[in-house]
Write a protein that binds this ligand. Structure first.
Ligand code: UD1
Length: 383
């Protein structure tokens, strides 16, 4: 049984589900039955169903429908509903991915039900306990029987916490399996047509900027630490409008949390009236991949985008003070630079990075075959 809940889980579960299918086709004597649970944390079409369709993820066997809420509400509702599902189906393993509330809730329920637990993307640490995801990572890894890590830094983090060697398996980055598989389809898209179709006009009268052949920036922001306070989000928006847009157009794929906050802080209309900002609904996986492939630079607080920029070679200004993915940083050979959320350091990072040539970098085992290694590790751990 595997559990997903939020957008960043979907691109990680897709290759895992496909690798199980491939295993069953190749070795029908020992088939693996896969029961997929969606907690329903993300429920908008653009945040969930579009990823299932596009990435050929099997229809979830169960949707727990937990929806939005506080952390305790989401984790609590997931635990209550998932406990019943696990008691009914009694899986041999529960597989959780990433660091969202579904991950942590799933881990706790599995262990209390005496079900073996595997964590895909284990060992990441930001060492920042103000991040809800760090708490999810710590709880999940402490409970996991099999810790499937993306890189050697994560292995070292787990060893430092006393995890025994037998429980750690470095399998590489499963999200890069999805990236490699979908890159040709993404590259074939016409970005200007995509953005025109996905544009949020909301009364704006200027025509959409045409990006073909031009340098442009792509922005995503969703972390509570960046978007939940007007004193932080306001100056960032001012910088984007006055300084980034003075140099190149900016494609902004808007997260529902951020949209709500911009509207609440009275910043929404100002963004809509800025002709150099192409404001779009949350892009699909292929659309975002295409935007990343063609962009001169990304500005983001997403962990997944830091990794995709690393592999695609797009300079990445990361609006965070720390990262659980240090392997993507400039000093490790990647193209991500941490700038926090203070405008002075964002400005410095933006201007330093916007002239950096694109340069693809693949850490070891980010080779598109992580999911196969995950299935092998699970099978080995089951005998
Ligand atoms: C969650 C994850 C975060 C991940 C992010 C990716 C946790 C603790 N956080 O944060 O690690 O990087 O997903 O998106 O699990 N909303 C909608 N429609 C949806 C989903 C959300 O409108 O389909 C709105 C709701 O107002 C909701 C808000 O967005 O309250 C925040 O959603 P939530 O799932 O609580 O957290 P994310 O910020 O998305």
């Amino acid at each position: 049984m595997s559990v997903v809940g939020a957008r960043p889980n979907f691109m990680k579960i897709a290759p895992f589900a496909a690798a199980i299918d491939a295993w069953n086709r190749a070795d029908a004597a020992r088939p693996i039955e896969h029961f997929l649970v969606h907690t329903g944390q993300h429920y908008d079409k653009d945040m969930s169903a579009s990823f299932f369709q596009l990435l050929n993820i099997p229809e979830p066997n169960v949707d727990l429908g937990v929806g939005s809420g506080t952390h305790a509400e989401q984790v609590g509702r997931t635990m209550i509903a998932l406990e019943q599902v696990m008691q009914r189906w009694r899986p041999d393993w529960l597989v959780v991915v990433g660091d969202v509330n579904a991950t942590c809730a799933g881990a706790i329920v599995a262990k209390k039900e005496h079900v073996k637990l595997a964590h895909i993307e284990a060992g990441l640490r930001s060492f920042d306990m103000a991040m809800p995801e760090e708490i999810n990572r710590l709880v999940t890894d402490r409970l996991s029987d099999l810790l499937l890590t993306p890189d050697a830094i994560s292995d070292a983090n787990l060893r430092a916490e006393g995890v025994t060697e037998a429980r750690i398996r470095c399998v590489g980055n499963v999200m890069i399996d999805t990236l490699d598989r979908n890159r040709p389809a993404a590259a074939a898209l016409d970005l200007d047509s995509v953005l025109t179709a996905r544009r949020i006009a909301d009364g704006a009268t200027h025509p959409p900027v045409q990006l073909a052949g031009r340098d442009f920036a792509v922005l995503t922001l969703h972390r509570p630490s960046n978007v939940d306070h007007a004193t932080i989000l306001g100056p960032i928006v001012e910088f984007l409008i006055e300084e980034v847009c003075a140099v190149m157009p900016l494609v902004w794929s808007i997260h529902p949390r951020t949209r709500k906050q911009l509207q609440q802080f009275g910043l929404w209309t100002r963004i809509l009236r800025t002709p150099a900002i192409v404001l779009v609904e949350p892009l699909t996986y292929h659309e975002m991949l295409k935007a990343n492939l063609d962009a001169r630079i990304l500005l983001t607080d997403s962990g997944g985008l830091q990794e995709e920029c690393c592999v695609l070679g797009t300079p990445c200004v990361t609006l965070r003070r720390n990262t659980e993915r240090p392997v993507t940083l400039w000093e490790q050979g990647g193209l991500s630079q941490l700038v926090g959320n203070d405008v002075a350091t964002i400005r410095q990072g933006f201007h330093a990075m916007r002239g950096v040539p694109k340069r693809e970098h693949r850490p070891p085992l980010w080779d598109g075959h992580a999911a196969e290694r995950i299935v092998e590790a699970l099978v080995q751990a089951s005998v």
